[in-house]
Design a protein around this ligand. Structure first.
Ligand code: HEM
Ligand SMILES: *[C@@H]1O[C@H](CO)[C@@H](O)[C@H](O)[C@H]1NC(C)=O
Ligand SMILES: *[C@@H]1O[C@H](CO)[C@@H](O)[C@H](O)[C@H]1NC(C)=O
Length: 321
């Protein structure tokens, strides 16, 4: 009698605590151990596949990080960015920020195939992408963090939301900040997450006006960049976003302090405005940068996930079931 009563009140405490936790944070359903029983080998499997990809082509670590960002900013981290266009379905891959720009979808396919072999119909594409992004950063020398898991995959996508909600490289600081606050992130989150540009490359069309027309730019840097980005033509020619595009370090922030930001949007973070002090801090303290980056990645990864019985676990990341 006494023991069953104790068991009963324990159950109630558990329920109350659960309800409280769910109510207090929007994404309390996500948990780092979500697949601990259902897919125990998930994380090494993702890490090994990412290691193979990054060893083959280091830029893929950057490309997958960006893909996760572009997933999360368009109706939450729900794998919508991975869906292919078909005759009867318009996805996000041909939205302006993504078309001829987002790379690495076949890496996610490879991981998904292996994960399905190990534990079928269990792990979402959205979670695979969140883990792969974390691993890409870590494999290029950046921080690692525990990824909250339990996202489910969308059955829909929105090209127009991708066009509207993803920030533009031609935006000024206020627009960059509001693109992030619209997603529940702060101006500081925006600045530290822009540190993702410590890895990867950009196309000439995205920075041409900056290197030919802007005045808040180091003259030697502009001259160098013009060498591979002509005033007309060569739209797809690539340039590194900082001096060490395959190394996750704080060189991006040092570049901003030296007016060597490649994109207009990059240099907006250090142009006499509210983010200058934080940029300076990151430029001189790599440990502060990587710690803040990891924490902000978790916040970005928590944007509006589908959980519980919402959405689905896609079999093939490119198509709804
Ligand atoms: C703050 C607003 C941001 C803007 C305006 C922006 C814009 C861009 C643009 C224009 C490119 C080059 C694309 C191309 O030329 O094909 C790029 C690349 C990249 N972005 Fe961002 N970005 C932003 C924030 C972020 C965030 C938050 C992350 C991740 C945390 C991120 C990660 C990357 C990475 C890793 C690349 C290189 C991709 C590759 O080499 O394949 N960006 N970004
Ligand atoms: C998962 O695999 C099992 C065993 O191979 C198979 O019977 C089952 O149909 C699969 N489930 C799905 C949803 O594919
Ligand atoms: C420089 O700015 C002018 C005026 O806005 C514009 O017409 C021109 O295309 C720009 N040049 C480049 C190379 O982007």
């Amino acid at each position: 009698m006494a023991s069953s009563c104790a068991a009963g009140s324990k159950l109630w405490v558990t329920l109350l605590v659960t309800v409280w936790v769910l109510a207090s944070t929007g994404s309390a359903q996500l948990a780092a151990n979500f697949y601990a029983r259902s897919c125990p080998n998930l994380q090494p499997l993702v890490r090994n596949a990412m290691r193979e990809a990054v060893n083959r082509q280091p830029r893929l670590g950057a490309s997958i990080l960006r893909m996760h960002f572009h997933d999360c900013f368009v109706n939450g981290c729900d794998g919508s960015v991975l869906l292919d266009d078909t005759a009867s379905f318009t996805g996000e891959k041909n939205a302006r920020p993504n078309q001829n720009s987002l790379l690495g979808f076949e890496v996610i396919d490879t991981i998904k195939t292996r994960v399905e072999r190990a534990c079928n119909a269990t792990v979402s594409c959205a979670d695979i992408l969140a883990l792969a992004a974390r691993d890409g950063v870590a494999l290029l020398g950046g921080p690692s963090w525990q990824v909250p898991l339990g996202r489910r995959d969308a059955r829909t996508a929105s090209q127009s939301d991708a066009n509207n909600d993803l920030p533009s490289p031609f935006s000024d600081l206020p627009a960059l900040i509001s693109a992030f606050t619209a997603k529940g992130l702060t101006a500081s989150d925006m600045t530290v997450l822009s540190g993702g540009h410590t890895i990867g490359q950009a196309r000439c069309a995205g920075f041409r006006n900056r290197i030919y027309n802007e005045t808040n730019i180091d003259a030697n840097f502009a001259t160098t960049r013009r060498g591979s980005c002509p005033a007309t033509g060569g739209d797809g020619n690539l340039a590194p976003l900082d001096t060490s595009p395959n190394r996750f370090d704080n060189a991006y922030f040092s570049a901003l302090v030296g007016q060597r930001g490649l994109l207009h949007s990059d240099q907006q973070l250090f142009n006499g405005g509210s983010q200058d002090a934080l940029v300076r801090t990151y430029s001189t303290n790599v440990n502060t940068f990587v710690r803040d980056f990891a924490n902000a990645m978790i916040r970005m990864g928590n944007i509006s996930p589908l959980t519980g019985t919402n959405g689905e676990i896609r079999t093939n990341c490119r198509v709804v079931n």
